[in-house]
Design a protein around this ligand. Structure first.
Ligand SMILES: O=C(O)[C@H](O)[C@@H](O)[C@H](O)[C@H](O)COP(=O)(O)O
Length: 256
């Protein structure tokens, strides 16, 4: 075929990708906090990130999360004890294993109707970030669905045009559950560092389209272009299988 294999022998396997992600998070946390900021703000997403982070973050030596401020890039409007709740999964699998203070985790209020829930989450962010403007997260961790969605921003959905709100409700998500709350594209693109984590062969075609272009309108993941911040894609071999562009392979211990 015409696949140009990455020069240095391939992108990390899924097993190497977790530690690389944890290192990247730890390094950006240290950068933010050593620069004198009183918090490191991190936005989480669901999907496979829950397991990766729950395994790898607690394994980082001397990780101090006492000054982290953790929010959610999107959340499903279900009770916290529902297996579909992203917050619920992180609470059980990750927050119980790191020293993040409970009041520094910003979650939705799942008992509110979706519109009010989005407004409530938006004001929680405003308060925590001390601004009425777009909150600027130090780091956002994103997944990408096989349809190219990220957060709860789905292909061809009117929410892709949202330019005023920081957070928006969605009640017709094509991926269940239908009701969700999501950061909008302007909020995602205001972040200082955005990291996509994408693994597995089901992502190969869409990853090529997002990174190398194709016919039709840009997919939601391709609309993520931080205006000032950094953008990383951490992908494994099967996800990268259709790429023709060259992929960098940071070795173990690389400074990202
Ligand atoms: O709320 C959701 O439905 C999921 O969080 C979803 O948006 C997920 O992040 C992507 O589909 C990527 O999933 P993987 O990380 O499992 O590839």
């Amino acid at each position: 075929g015409n696949n140009v294999r990455p020069k240095s022998g391939g992108v990390p396997s899924a097993a190497e990708l977790g530690p690389a992600l944890a290192q990247l998070v730890a390094s950006r946390a240290e950068k933010a906090l050593s620069g004198g900021a009183d918090s490191f703000s991190l936005g989480l997403s669901g999907g496979s990130l829950v397991n990766i982070l729950s395994k790898e973050l607690p394994a980082v030596p001397n990780l101090d999360c006492s000054r982290w401020l953790v929010g959610f890039c999107d959340e499903r409007l279900v009770p916290f004890d529902d297996p579909e709740s992203t917050y619920g999964l992180y609470k059980n699998q990750l927050f119980s294993k790191i020293n993040i203070p409970e009041d520094r985790v910003l979650a939705i209020n799942p008992s509110l109707p979706v519109q009010e829930c989005a407004e409530d989450y938006s004001s929680k962010l405003s308060k925590a970030f001390g601004t009425d403007q777009t909150p600027v997260f130090d780091m956002l961790l994103l997944g990408m669905g096989p349809d190219g969605h990220t957060c709860s921003l789905f292909p061809d959905h009117p929410l892709l045009q949202e330019s005023q709100k920081t957070v928006a409700p969605i009640s017709d998500s094509p991926k269940p559950p239908p009701q969700r709350v999501t950061l909008t594209l302007p909020t995602v693109n205001a972040a200082r560092c955005v990291v996509f984590v994408s693994t597995g062969g089901s992502k190969a075609t869409v990853l090529k389209q997002v990174l190398e272009g194709g016919d039709g309108p840009l997919l939601p993941s391709a609309l993520v272009k931080p205006t000032q911040g950094e953008l990383f894609w951490l992908v494994d071999e099967p996800a990268a299988a259709s790429l023709t562009l060259e992929v960098e392979r940071p070795g173990p211990g690389a400074k990202l």
